[in-house]
Design a protein around this ligand. Structure first.
Ligand code: GLC
Ligand code: MN
Length: 590
């Protein structure tokens, strides 16, 4: 066996950590640990050799399962354990691997390495594999094992799925002793194999290592990550051979004549926006056969079979949260930074990014001819500024650019708290596209002269969406355009979804019967008091009025009646008392 270029990579590496600009396409790939949990095929779906720490039964079972499922083509299993180890034996017998190679024997036959191994703690697994590759003639080794650099690894805005699943740090940090053993081991290997070049294959460019960064290579020779396909069954696997990617189409650039890998890309993180993505897909499919990649955060599960358009590909991506929301900006912009993942899809030469609230009315393929970053003017928040709207843009994905953007997320301001403010800062030298490539719906009312239906190529439903139920301004004439673009099955799905949304709304409670409004208590008038037989009080009520106005006939009469009434009352009372007295005397005398 003779190896030349070799990439040795540990598990759980973020795409942004891999220096793709330097990795040769034809290298032999050795993967360590649970690499199959990665978001993309970071280093392709073909694994020449894989190895795991044979301590965990769960890991071994998962690896066997992954190999069996066909999600990766694993050519060989490298075992570095004791040959009598039961688990090791089980793995070696896996029919899914085309071969199993005893790695430990080769290592123990090499005098310097054997001596090193006898001294106690073993170096990190990727370093053991590196040694094995060097023994087999490898002359260029690219090491992607950030855990040996001893820096804390953290990604404040990129959350790979595996960190969400387990709350543990995604790569174990090797302790100080182990790290010094790693360093000594590398230094020993460099002495033992002086002709071999060992490079750092990460984007970290560590200063404390005896080897340096790898030189950049031309893009057509470079390795690029492959998207992972989610099949209709929801299982990750490869649907088509790697050579013909379903994720892009080749297109000749009309300006430069170059053959370029092109795709439309959109982002969507909710059921509602998925309907937007369907309309987007149908509009594109009318004019173009280039695939539409629908990026979804990896914790939002979508099955790929729901689209009428045959060109749709679902691609899970890590979430990137806006650091500026929600303190002062729109909360719904919190996740729009996830759009930045389009810059990391460097298996593409060109991407046209389109928001999933856009309807495509004309062919926009010409946009692929543009080099660099381009977007259309924004008629939104800051009318006088020459901002662009980030709902439509053309870009050239590259891992360097992606990394540069991610590094700036935390400290570059965003005037709207979303990706648009950020991208306007990051691309001051953009090409401004003609306005009809991104016509904001509101322009119809605010700048009617710019709203020419015969020219609009992309209609952007900013603000209220056609699927949202609101009582805000009526846009039904534009919404109608959008509805017409759903396929027949998609329309039914939409109605069913709307029904389920409606059913989920809490049933409004009947309003509580309002207690009768208490009438302000008013003192009864003199007349009323008189009617009630309250002569004394009636007299009291009328007295102040008469004092003010002694000639008021009405009040004089009232006073007289009250007085008479009072007199009658007293008379009646006296009569009554007399009667009772007489009665009592009679009773006593009986
Ligand atoms: C605007 C843009 C949209 C962007 C958002 C957040 O609504 O139209 O594309 O995602 O701002 O910046
Ligand atoms: Mn939008």
């Amino acid at each position: 066996m003779q190896l030349n270029s070799v990439i040795v990579a540990s598990s759980n590496i973020a795409v942004s950590e891999i220096n793709f600009e330097a990795l040769p396409r034809d290298a032999t790939i050795i993967r360590c640990g649970n690499f199959y949990d990665e978001e993309l095929y970071s280093l392709g779906a073909e694994v020449d050799y894989c190895t795991i720490s044979e301590q965990s039964e769960a890991l071994i079972k998962r690896l066997a399962q992954v190999a069996y499922s066909g999600a990766y083509t694993i050519k060989n299993y490298l075992y570095a354990g004791d040959t009598n180890n039961k688990m090791s034996q089980m793995l070696r017998r896996q029919p899914a691997f085309k071969g199993a190679v005893d790695c430990l024997s080769a290592l123990s036959e090499h005098p310097q390495i054997a001596r090193f191994f006898m001294s106690g703690t073993k170096p990190a697994l990727p370093l053991q594999m590196l040694a094995w590759a060097l023994i087999h003639g490898c002359d260029r080794a690219y090491l992607i094992a950030p855990e040996i650099y001893g820096e804390a690894r953290h990604f404040p805005f990129v959350e790979p799925t595996y960190t969400q699943q387990s709350n543990q740090p995604h790569v174990e940090q090797r302790d100080q002793t182990a790290k010094s053993i790693d360093h000594a081991f590398i230094a020993m290997l460099m002495r033992a194999f002086p002709k071999a070049h060992i490079f750092d294959g990460t984007t970290r460019r560590p200063a404390n290592m005896p080897f340096g960064a790898a030189p950049q290579i031309p893009s057509h020779d470079r390795l690029a990550p492959m998207p992972k396909v989610i099949s209709a069954a929801g299982r990750r696997g490869i649907d088509e051979p790697q050579t013909k990617s379903p994720y892009y189409a080749h297109r000749l650039n009309a300006v430069t004549g170059k053959d370029e890998r092109c795709a439309y890309v959109t982002f969507c993180d909710s059921e509602a926006y998925l309907f937007g993505a369907r309309v987007l897909a149908n509009g594109l499919a009318k004019h173009s056969q280039i695939p539409l990649i629908v990026m979804t955060p990896s914790d939002f599960k979508v099955s790929g079979s729901k689209f009428q358009s045959p060109y749709v590909r679902i691609l899970p991506v890590p979430r990137i949260r806006s650091p500026h929301v929600p303190e002062k900006h729109q909360a719904r912009f919190e996740n729009t930074y996830t759009k930045l993942n389009v810059f990391g899809l460097d298996f593409l030469d060109k991407a046209i990014f389109l928001d999933s609230d856009i309807a495509i009315l004309r062919n926009i393929e010409d946009l692929f001819d543009i080099d660099g970053f381009a977007a259309a003017p924004d008629h939104g928040l800051r009318l006088m500024a020459d901002d662009f709207n980030s709902g439509v843009f053309v870009c050239q994905p590259s891992s360097n650019l992606y990394l540069k953007l991610l590094e700036n997320v935390s400290h570059v301001q965003s005037y709207d708290g979303g990706d648009q403010g950020f991208l306007n800062e990051m691309f001051p030298d953009r090409v401004l596209l003609p306005h009809h490539f991104n016509v904001l719906k509101r322009v119809e009312k605010s700048l009617p002269a710019l709203f020419d239906e015969d020219k609009i190529a992309a209609l952007h439903f900013v603000g209220e969406k056609p699927w949202s139920v609101t009582t805000a301004t009526d846009w039904s004439h534009l919404d109608r355009l959008w509805f017409e673009m759903l396929g027949p099955d998609e329309s039914i799905d939409f109605i069913l979804w709307l029904k389920s949304q409606y059913a989920r709304q809490p049933v409004p409670k009947p309003p509580k019967p309002q207690p009768p409004i208490p009438v302000a208590k008013r003192a009864p008038s003199a007349e009323e008091l008189l009617d009630m037989g309250k002569y004394q009080e009636a007299l009291k009520a009328v007295a102040p009025i008469l004092k003010e106005n002694p000639r008021s006939v009405r009040h004089l009469r009232l006073a007289r009646d009250a007085y008479l009434g009072k007199r009658q009352y007293i008379r009646a009372l006296k009569k009554h008392l007399r009667l009772r007295k007489v009665q009592r005397q009679r009773y006593q005398s009986n």
